[in-house]
Design a protein around this ligand. Structure first.
Ligand code: IMP
Length: 436
């Protein structure tokens, strides 16, 4: 009998950038395995250690804990050039992943023509632009679904590589035309093998590795990338990424069953942000939005783009809580709200006729007419930055958080009050007690 209750998933509940990396980093010391299961280098997890920040895109955030075994599951996309750069950065900080990382042989590769196609589409889409990260994510997942993808395991059979790459490459070539500045298939293959050489020993069967780990009762931490509102099925389609960032993606992207999962920790900022195009009823296009952006340093980790900012949106978070079966919330960046006279909470939406909307729309057009219903709360004069226990929280902050938790339909498990590891605390009497 294994103690599956110790296995924990950390998932984003908004449009990404919630601060999942900090929680993964904080919790990693308690887990033997840290697993990425979807997404690629569109993700950017910033972890701050001793005041120094490190942005990880593909390497699991547990990398900074030398006892953690790192797993890159089959649902992940890898850009090997970027992956090598990340490993080099870690090496410069004295961190090595060799001997403690396994990459699924089924994980798909992002290739230069995927990136070219992503950027070409975004450049020619006009108002239909999704605002992707331009990292080739959509096309790489499309190739996977079209059965034209190239997988990590293929790197162990270099004689088949040119053929594997060519089908997808030729289609992109036809679409983009012969003038498109694409490297030749031979160049792509040679570069790929060059990047892959030191990684070949890391490629293996991650599903069996995780089955065995779970059978032995070794605790596993699953690290989500992006978030539920960017999920290809359950997000604000078509303004989403191309993977399942919610709970279903965990099972597909690891090959473990639901029986391997204990708790789900859902992560949300104390306000809302979004990068890229698409609906965001809570968006504040005024000085308040600008203030959230500048105080919260809301610029993309991956692309540097300014993030759209607004008050906490309870309807989207509740949707994510229900979709993922969230046991507790990690509420991040409360300190960014310090000093506001009043703080808003989006408690519902009204449609174009003024009627209450109880479910999130599925069509982008229907989102456009939604007006947020905002409840205002009194701000707090005493700063929360760096607060490390519940008793130190100003009464106004407690009221705001209680309302947030009620509206999102999930208890708070952890509160973050600043970027550093030390800034924040586990909410009293929660399943995280003793883990951080
Ligand atoms: P893609 O994943 O690059 O195809 O981008 C699709 C949409 O997801 C765009 O709106 C991106 O801004 C957004 N997106 C992708 N990854 C992240 C992330 O890690 N954080 C926030 N937004 C993201």
């Amino acid at each position: 009998m294994t103690d599956r209750s110790r296995n924990l998933a950390i998932l984003g509940l908004q449009w990404g950038d919630e601060g999942k990396g900090k929680l993964v980093d904080l919790l990693s010391a308690r887990f033997r395995h840290v697993v990425r299961f979807q997404g690629g280098n569109n993700a950017g997890h910033t972890v701050v250690v001793d005041g120094q920040s490190i942005a990880l895109h593909q390497v699991p955030s547990g990398a900074l804990h030398p006892e953690c075994f790192l797993v890159v599951g089959s649902g992940v996309l890898l850009n090997l050039e970027v992956f090598r750069q990340e490993l080099d950065l870690l090496t410069q900080r004295g961190v090595s992943v060799f001997g403690r990382m396994l990459i699924s042989e089924k994980a798909h590769l992002i290739l230069p023509h995927h990136i070219a196609l992503d950027q070409w589409r975004e450049g020619s889409a006009g108002t239909n632009k999704i605002g992707t990260t331009g990292r080739g994510i959509g096309p790489a997942y499309e190739m996977k679904a079209a059965r034209m993808g190239v997988r990590m395991g293929d790197l162990k059979h270099p004689e088949t590589l040119i053929e594997r790459i060519s089908t997808g490459y030729e289609e992109v070539r036809i679409l983009l035309g012969s003038a498109a500045p694409l490297p030749s298939i031979e160049t792509i293959t040679a570069q790929l093998m060059d990047y892959a050489k030191p990684l070949l020993s890391l490629i293996g069967d991650t599903q069996t590795h995780l089955w065995n780990a779970n059978a032995k009762g070794e605790p596993i931490l699953f690290e989500g990338a992006q978030a539920t509102l960017l999920d290809i099925d359950h997000g604000t389609y078509p303004f989403v990424t191309s993977s399942n960032c919610s709970i279903g993606g965990l099972f597909a992207g690891t090959g473990l069953s639901h029986k391997a999962l204990g708790h789900v920790l859902g992560v949300a900022k104390a306000y809302t942000t979004r990068v890229g195009a698409g609906p965001m009823p809570s968006e504040l296009l005024d000085a308040t939005g600008d203030r959230l952006r500048s105080v919260g340093r809301e610029f993309g980790t991956t692309t540097g783009r300014p993030r759209r900012c607004g008050w906490f949106d309870a309807p989207i978070t509740r949707h994510a809580v229900r979709t993922n079966g969230v046991d507790g919330l990690g509420v991040m960046k409360l300190d960014v709200l310090d000093g506001f006279d009043e703080i808003g909470l989006v408690v519902g939406y009204r449609d174009g006729m003024g009627g209450r909307v109880s479910q999130l729309p599925s069509c982008a057009q229907d989102w456009l007419e939604l007006q947020p219903e905002i409840k205002m709360f009194k701000g707090w004069s005493q700063p929360t930055r760096g607060v490390r226990n519940f008793d130190q929280l100003p009464a106004e902050a407690r009221s705001y958080l209680a309302a947030l938790s009620d509206a999102a339909e999930a208890p708070i498990a952890y509160l973050s009050t600043g970027p550093d590891r030390e800034e924040g605390f586990v909410w009293p009497e929660h399943f995280l007690t003793g883990l951080i």
